[in-house]
Design a protein around this ligand. Structure first.
Ligand SMILES: [Zn+2]
Length: 148
């Protein structure tokens, strides 16, 4: 694995546990170069889990895409890569628990928003503005007002 801090490829696994039956393994890793600790999840989304987009198109559930969306929302916020991993893991695990074959992209968005809301409010509003595509300023203000 590539260290998120120094990009070194040498690491050791310090902890391993199953996320869920058939849903991958969560590994705690330590970079051998800089000592940074991070979490990876390897494997294995059941192939049948499809995301149904607004357009009705279906695509494979993609953990990396989920991670990018969350990481973008957290850009320059006091949210560590570990926090991002944890959010990805929790959202992915809850989706795998609750859905067998298909899940609406709006449902994924809703769960990410809920998760970010408890993590960082700026990240939450950023994510919400992308996901909900606020129609106007009032809608945006209403969303922020509800945070208080
Ligand atoms: Zn490193």
């Amino acid at each position: 694995m590539r260290c998120p801090k120094c990009a070194c490829l040498d690491d050791k696994v310090v902890d391993s546990r199953a996320v869920k039956e058939g849903a991958g393994v969560r590994r705690r890793r330590e970079c051998l170069s800089c000592g940074y600790r991070y979490t990876t999840i390897e494997g294995i989304i059941p192939e049948e889990l499809k995301v149904v987009k607004r357009t009705g198109d279906r695509e494979e559930f993609d953990r990396d895409k989920l991670r990018r969306g969350i990481a973008n929302a957290c850009y320059k916020r006091p949210v560590t890569p570990d926090d991002v991993d944890k959010a990805v893991e929790e959202v992915a695990t809850s989706l795998l628990r609750d859905f067998d074959k298909e899940v609406a992209s709006s449902e994924i968005g809703r769960r990410v928003m809920e998760r970010l809301r408890g993590t960082d409010q700026v990240a939450y509003v950023r994510f919400a503005s992308v996901y909900r595509k606020f129609q106007d300023v009032d809608e945006f203000i209403e969303e922020i007002r509800q945070l208080k």
